[in-house]
Every structure is written in structure tokens, then in C-alpha cells.
Design a protein around this ligand. Structure first.
Ligand code: NDP
Length: 581
């Protein structure tokens, strides 16, 4: 595995609000800083519809706040890279973080990997995951239009997400296991007075059941012992259960290297120091009384200031000039450095990451074109400057099919940003051989051909807007540009696939976890012509959702059979294909 030449002053593991704030402070202190994150920036905040208790904002959308924090960290010089961290070495003066694309090294490290949603463990929870049981309201809420929804939990998440889900469900019932909520009274008041919400206290779920989809559940009053059964009406067919019962720390990578408490939280002192020199922890990963945005950001700031002091002392000890270039630290430059090319480090990763992290393709008033804001056009153009080869975008439309015009206009605008991109727009029936080549099944659709006009297997059914704009730009970058670095082991596994693998990735454009999965599948398709990866917008193609009983996104369907719910990386998708071979 390649080791990056550069030794950073600080690696921040995790791009949630604690990590981004640490990035802002470290960047401002002129530390050479990189933030490594495997999902979208902002962590839990980025999946929160509305935040009403962050000082200075009476109300702000979580994704917007996250975007602003990322922008601010970058404006102070912090790099932000999307990658999967495989292992860490926290001991010694140089810390090492191994990712699929290389090893990053630094003098100090801040652990800010946060926490993951907890599962409950009731009977049927795993069986109906993606078929009625969900953990992300913004991703999956729209599947439950005019259906009954049950929300389990009594904290902030349960209360706030229940309010959000009232946009879709005909009724939202919250099951709270105690006789009270565990969040601010102002939210409790909103919940209790909402005409679509019913709250059942002292109530827990025992099991969920059904056929292809969720059809019923058994609840128990833990005071009286009385059980009640809910069965969905024939007319509704199915219903939703959303679980928001807290989080568990994402600390397994650090076990054995820093002290964890009984629940797996990373123990720290008041200044975010762990017991290991140069290693700090911030945010939801730490044991604390109050897990809120404001405490996460505070942790991030303190951790960065402490890390800066630590690194300054280290540099003084070894006589390292501040601002010296990467690979500067003479005491460390042997051994850990493998040398070689910087592919997978430096600019290419930063560029791909900008697309993944920042560009959302959302409409705004600041428009110069039909779909993209001036700022987004600039950012995309900067990514497209790296393109080295031509690529052809085939756009298949039908005037009778909704969204056809919108897709054509959208692609025209994107393609106008690079001379490497050739756009061909055809009405359905006009070029049957091209339809056959791109295995057209749904309209409207966009497919990517390489410079020799070979179909790459990358296809978008629907408009790759919203969060999917990221995967769309990444697909172009991966095909016609240097591409995101893929580790040697993964590349050779992907290249070995000989059997046709047709991946359909069901998404919603409001799902923050979906682009990661689409990009991973399409990266594989670009590596191997046997693999096809089609993004399918569930909002536009509900028949697919019926056919496969999809009630949660992302869902990856392989060869029209096996289906996997939840975010998947390249490794997981490859594993799925290999098993099927
Ligand atoms: P919390 O840990 O705050 O609450 C979890 C809830 O789930 C509690 O009501 C808990 O019940 C219940 N629960 C736990 N286990 C079970 C179980 N087995 N069966 C039934 N119910 C169960 O988690 P949240 O996800 O709400 O929030 C996580 C963190 O993020 C919190 O620190 C929260 O403060 C913060 N947050 C803040 C927000 C804001 O300030 N706007 C928004 C969202 C999150 P019990 O009370 O009985 O333990």
C-alpha cells in the first residue's frame, strides 16, 4: 500500500461537526490538516432536517449548516478527503491511518468518528429492514405517503424525525418506553400538539411481521404488561417503523490503542486528550452528558487547540521549521515512507472529494443557468479541468415522459462546462441500436460512453440531481479524468469478474447515503465492462419499488435478484458480485 510522502500536522478522523470544527480551528492555526471521512460531511447534523438550537440560527437545515462548516474549514486550508479508513496506528510520534488508497501520516490526530444509530433487536427488525423498518426519515419518509408510521424512541431524534415524517404519513405514532420524553420541552410541546401525532408512553415494540413487506407489529405496555397488535389495512398494504433509540460510538478501530469506557466511548480529559500523546478525541465519541451540536463543535475547537500546542512542541523538539513542506520531518522520513507516485494523494483526491462533499446541484436564486448556481458551475468546471479524455453522454428522452426536457436541459448545462464532454440527445425510437447498446429500459435516462463510444455500464435513470449530482460528476471524473484512486487489491478483484453483473441502485434524491453507493457501483462498472451500474430514482420509477418491495434507499439489486439495503462501499458490492458468481 502506498504511503503518502507528506506528514500532516494533524489528521482529523471524521467529518462530522466536531471534526469540521477542529478543521476550522486547525486550519486557522495554519496546521497542515486533513479531514478523512467515509460518508457525507456533517455527520448526524447533515441528516437532520431542521436544527433549532444552534446559537445564532433560530432555524437552519442540517445539511446547510454542515456545508457551511465544510466550506469554512476548507477556506482555512484544511483538506477534506472522502475515503474508507481501514486501520490506525496511534502509538509513536507519527500516527498512521491506512485507507483503501494509501497511508496518511501525521504528528497529531483527533478522533471524531462520532456514533452510529443503534438497532433495537426486536423480532423482525433485520428481516424487514428496507421493507418497512428504517433508520433515516429524510431518505425513506416518502415511501410512506399516506401510510401509518410508528417511531420508536423518546429522545431528540425520535421527536424531531416524527415531526418531519408527518409530511408523509397519514398518522405518526411515537412509542416511548418511559413515561416522558428525553428532549427539550419546546419540542415535546410541538409533538404533543401535532394533529397527526399520537404518543404512547411506557410502550415498547415486541415484534414486527409481514410477508414481502411489513404488515403488522406487536407492542407491549411495560407498566401493565398488556400487548396490542397492529395490523395494516388491506388498502394501505404496508406501513413504516422508524427506529431512533440513540447511537453507539464508532470506536472499534481504536480499541486496544486508547482507553474506552464500558460502552465503547473514548475516554478523554477535559482538554480532549486521550492517554496517548498526540491523540485527542472530540464529539459524540466521548462519554458526556449532553450530545448536541454545540458540545460537538466545542470539543472540536478544544481538541484542535490542544493538538496545535502538542505539534508545536514536537516541532520545536526536532527543530522542524514551521510551514516546511511535506516529508519534512527528518526524524521520520525513513521507514514509514514508501515513496512512489502521489497518485491517490494530493490534487486528484482533493478534486474528487470536492465533488462528493460540496456540490449538490440544488437550485437557488443565484442562477446563471437553468439548473446550476454560478458557484456550482465554477466548482464543476474546476473538476472538469482535470479531464484528460473525451466521454459521450447519451441522453434518451420522450416528450411524453415527464422530466425528459428537464434531463436534456440539465445535461446540456453540465456538458457545456467541458470540451471533453459530447452530448447526444435522442428521442426514443430514433436510434434503436444506441438504445440496445445502453440497454435502455427507463425514460428519461443518461448513459456514459467512453472515448471509443463503448458503453461503460454507467447509467442514470431519472435526473441525477439533488444528492445524486455528486455521483454523476464523480462518474464523469472517474471515466474521463484521473479517477478516484482504487487500491491495488480492490482493482484486481474488480478486474477478475467475468460474469455479467447488473447492478441497479434504487435511490431517492434526498438521500445522503445514496451517492456513496452509486459512485462505488459505477466506479466498479468503469473498471470492468462486465459490470453495469444504473442509478434509478425511486421517485420516478415506483414500479421498481413494487417489484422488489423496496421501502428504504439505497437498495442495491444484483442481476434482478439479490438485494442489499443501506450504504455499500466498493468492497461490499464486490463481495456481493463475487458471491453471486
Ligand atoms: P438519545 O440517546 O437522546 O435518546 C434515545 C431514546 O431512545 C430515549 O428515549 C431512550 O429511552 C430510547 N431508547 C433507547 N433504547 C431503547 C430501547 N431498547 N427501546 C425503546 N426505547 C429505547 O438518542 P437520540 O438519537 O434522540 O439523540 C442522540 C444524541 O444526539 C443525543 O445526545 C441528543 O441530545 C443529540 N441530538 C440532539 C438534537 C438537537 O439538539 N436538536 C437532535 C438530535 C439528536 P430512555 O429515555 O428510556 O433511555
Amino acid at each position: 500500500m502506498e504511503t503518502m510522502q507528506q506528514i500532516y500536522d494533524l489528521i482529523i478522523l471524521g467529518g462530522g461537526c466536531a471534526g469540521l470544527t477542529a478543521g476550522i480551528y486547525a486550519g486557522r492555526a495554519k496546521m497542515r490538516t486533513v479531514i478523512l471521512e467515509n460518508k457525507q460531511a456533517g455527520g448526524q447534523a447533515a441528516t437532520t432536517d431542521e436544527i433549532a438550537n444552534y446559537p445564532g440560527f433560530s432555524s437552519i437545515a442540517g445539511p446547510e449548516l454542515a456545508d457551511r462548516m465544510l466550506e469554512q474549514a476548507r477556506s482555512f486550508g484544511a483538506e477534506y478527503i472522502t475515503c474508507d479508513v481501514q486501520s490506525v496506528r496511534l502509538t509513536g510520534e507519527i500516527k498512521e491511518v491506512a485507507t483503501a488508497t494509501g497511508v496518511y501520516r501525521s504528528r497529531a490526530i483527533i478522533l471524531a468518528t462520532g456514533a452510529n444509530p443503534k438497532k433495537l433487536g426486536f423480532e423482525g427488525e433485520d428481516e424487514f429492514r428496507g421493507r418497512g423498518v428504517g433508520y433515516c426519515a429524510t431518505c425513506d419518509g416518502f415511501f410512506f405517503e399516506d401510510k401509518d408510521i410508528f417511531v420508536i424512541g423518546g429522545g431528540y431524534s425520535a421527536a424531531e424525525e416524527a415531526l418531519y415524517l408527518t409530511r408523509f404519513g397519514k398518522k405518526v405514532t411515537i412509542l416511548v418506553r418511559k413515561d416522558r420524553f428525553r428532549c427539550a420541552q419546546s419540542i415535546v410541546d410541538k409533538v404533543m400538539s401535532h394533529p397527526k401525532i399520537e404518543v404512547r408512553f411506557n410502550t415498547e415494540i415486541e415484534k414486527a411481521f409481514g410477508g414481502d413487506l411489513l404488515q403488522g407489529a406487536v407492542f407491549k405496555n411495560n407498566k401493565t404488561g398488556e400487548t396490542t397488535e397492529y395490523r395494516v389495512s388491506e388498502q394501505d398494504g404496508t406501513f413504516g417503523i422508524f427506529v431512533f433509540v440513540g447511537y453507539e460510538p464508532a470506536s472499534s478501530l481504536f480499541a486496544g490503542q486508547v482507553d474506552l469506557d464500558g460502552q465503547g466511548y473514548v475516554k478523554t480529559g477535559e482538554n480532549m486528550e486521550t492517554g496517548v500523546p498526540g491523540v485527542f478525541a472530540a464529539g459524540d465519541l466521548r462519554p458526556k452528558l449532553l450530545r448536541q451540536l454545540v458540545t460537538a463543535t466545542a470539543d472540536g475547537a478544544v481538541a484542535a487547540v490542544q493538538a496545535e500546542r502538542y505539534v508545536a512542541e514536537q516541532k520545536e523538539k526536532y527543530g522542524i521549521r514551521d510551514g516546511a513542506a511535506g516529508g519534512d520531518g527528518a526524524p521520520y522520513s525513513s521507514g514509514a515512507t514508501a515513496g512512489g507516485s502521489r497518485a491517490g494523494d494530493g490534487s486528484s483526491m482533493d478534486v474528487t472529494d470536492r465533488t462528493a462533499g460540496e456540490i449538490s446541484g440544488k437550485k437557488s436564486d443565484d442562477r446563471t443557468g437553468e439548473h446550476l448556481t454560478a458557484e456550482i458551475r465554477r466548482e464543476v468546471a474546476a473538476v472538469f479541468e482535470k479531464l484528460e479524455r473525451d466521454a459521450v453522454l447519451i441522453c434518451m428522452v420522450d416528450d411524453k415522459v415527464e422530466k425528459s426536457k428537464e434531463l436534456a436541459a440539465f445535461l446540456k448545462e453540465v456538458c457545456s462546462l467541458s470540451s471533453h464532454l459530447k452530448l447526444e440527445i435522442y428521442s426514443v425510437g430514433q436510434r434503436p441500436e444506441v438504445e440496445e447498446q445502453i440497454r435502455l429500459e427507463r425514460l428519461p435516462a443518461a448513459a456514459l460512453l467512453d472515448e471509443h463510444r463503448n458503453y461503460t455500464g454507467v447509467k442514470f435513470s431519472g435526473i441525477p440531481g439533488g444528492h445524486e449530482f455528486n455521483s454523476f460528476i464523480l462518474a464523469i471524473y472517474n471515466l474521463a479524468g484521473p479517477g478516484q484512486e482504487v487500491g491495488e487489491a480492490l482493482r484486481s478483484r474488480a478486474e477478475k469478474i467475468e460474469k455479467q453483473a447488473r447492478l441497479q441502485i434504487a435511490v431517492s434524491l434526498s438521500c445522503h447515503f445514496c451517492p456513496e453507493t452509486v459512485a462505488a457501483a459505477q466506479r466498479l462498472a468503469i473498471l470492468n465492462p462486465c459490470i453495469e451500474a444504473e442509478m434509478i430514482d425511486m421517485g420516478l420509477f415506483p414500479e421498481l419499488r413494487k417489484k422488489y418491495n423496496i421501502m428504504s434507499v439505497p437498495a442495491v439489486i444484483l442481476n434482478g435478484g439479490k438485494i442489499a439495503f443501506g450504504a455499500q462501499n466498493m468492497e461490499a458490492i464486490l463481495g456481493m458480485i463475487e458471491k453471486d458468481a
